[in-house]
Design a protein around this ligand. Structure first.
Ligand code: SAH
Ligand code: SF4
Length: 403
């Protein structure tokens, strides 16, 4: 049988060493999810599709996969039967498996997803969170298993095991969400409560587990796929990439990935930020803000979001708020104040509510819209920075079960 393999990833030279970078499934067939259009056409040629037809066939497949959500080649009715057989023999469209789905009292949903086995047979889990709001639905996706950075207030940062997600695993999170929410055209047509515009997921944020700029290539391919107008069609203006401050990649991300940008700032002096976001020792605040100023396409309607987690007696004084205003001068910015979400074992506490309000007021007076991010899904540990715990708990349970 004609087996197709493609090199679909390499480690980011600026990132830390990761093990291993590319997931290999136990299923020897190539998973087509996450291939760019060009890679898809190439894979089809390797499977025996004549070169001159490959772009057209890739386009057909693209529509089935990303516009219709079809996972079974035999349902692709405009593809010749013989070719459908060949596709099924060589390829899969497998999504990450749902291990658990939790629904919060506020409607937030969290999925614990199990990835296909790596070359060594190990299977990793990641978490994806869907946050419905009045005017939008935001999907928070992970870019890595764990995170190599060690921000002291973040639960994900305590997870030692790390590998980059493939583009397919990143896109796969959106596909799973659409499956579960019933967002493909056929499901929507049968749903009397289908949202106007046909989308439950209107926005996507790379704010789950991992540092997206340490997985640059796969995140880039994944976002190209997500934004492709003949597929998932999510505008890049509705996608936000959040980084803890990988300075050398920020401008490049603007040029090559082109999404909205969020910066996890959290501190207004290098002393404070060094403690909260240790990467600051490598790329201090002044360098970070310089890179932000150079982010392409900024304007009043296209601002950078600065995320600021409110930590009691750490970064929440009036002086901090005033320094923040000074730092953001000359950057089209908005501030997102995030009440700290506690996790088991942390020493940090969330600032008191009046302190958060006082902080927000100083920013507002200085002209910065600074909504306080309402914690969502805390009851299911789905809020910012709480991810990891469910998979750890699952592992613990599994361990106990197997003893
Ligand atoms: N690694 C990227 C994206 C994932 S984290 C980054 O750091 O930007 C998404 C956001 O949640 C970041 O702003 C992060 O600082 C914040 N966060 C992490 N832990 C948190 C916690 N316990 N409470 C509130 N926000 C947290
Ligand atoms: Fe990693 Fe972001 Fe958590 Fe820092 S805040 S440890 S960069 S996931």
């Amino acid at each position: 049988m004609n087996r197709v393999t493609l090199d679909i990833g390499r480690a980011n030279p600026n990132g830390p060493t990761l093990v291993p970078n590319l997931a290999q499934t136990a299923d020897p067939r190539l998973n087509l999810l996450g291939l760019s259009r060009a890679q898809l056409a190439e894979a089809l040629v390797e499977a025996g599709v004549p070169e001159r037809q490959s772009r057209m066939r890739a386009s057909q497949l693209w529509g089935w996969i990303y516009n219709r959500g079809i996972t079974d080649f035999s349902l692709m009715t405009n593809v010749a039967k013989e070719l459908r057989g060949k596709l099924a023999e060589n390829f899969t469209l497998a999504r990450p498996e749902i291990v658990t789905e939790q629904i919060s009292t506020d409607g937030t949903r969290k999925w614990l997803l199990r990835l296909a086995p790596d070359a060594d047979g190990r299977r990793h889990d990641v978490e994806t969170v869907y946050i419905p709001e009045e005017d939008r639905g935001t999907l928070c996706v992970s870019s890595q298993v764990g995170c190599t950075l060690t921000c002291t207030f973040c639960h994900t940062g305590t997870q030692t095991l790390v590998r980059n997600l493939t583009a397919g695993e990143i896109v796969g999170q959106l596909l799973v969400a659409r499956d579960r929410l019933g967002e493909w055209p056929e499901a929507l047509a049968q749903n009397p409560n289908a949202p106007e515009g046909g989308r439950f997921v209107t926005n996507l944020v790379l704010m789950g587990m991992g540092e997206p700029l340490y997985n640059f290539d796969h995140v880039k391919t994944a976002m190209e796929i997500v934004a492709d107008g003949e597929g998932l069609s999510l505008s890049k203006r509705r996608i936000t990439l959040s980084t803890s401050g990988v300075v050398p990649e920020i401008v490049r991300a603007g040029e090559e990935i082109g999404t909205m940008l969020a910066i996890s700032l959290h501190g207004t002096t290098d002393d404070i930020r060094n403690k909260l976001v240790p990467l600051n020792k490598k790329y201090p605040i002044a360098q970070l803000l310089d890179a932000c100023r150079q982010y392409p396409g900024l304007s009043n309607s296209r601002r950078i979001t600065f995320e600021y987690v409110m930590l009691k007696d750490v970064n929440d004084t009036v002086e901090d708020a005033k320094r923040l205003v000074q730092l953001l001068k000359s950057i089209p910015a908005k501030v997102n104040l995030i009440p700290f979400n506690p996790w088991p074992g942390t020493d940090y506490e969330c600032s008191e509510w009046p302190v958060i309000e006082r902080f927000a007021e100083i920013l507002n007076k200085a002209g910065y819209a600074s909504p306080v991010r309402t914690p969502r899904g805390r009851d299911i540990m789905a809020a910012c920075g709480q991810l990891k715990s469910a998979s750890e708990r699952m592992r613990a349970k599994e361990r106990t079960a197997s003893i």
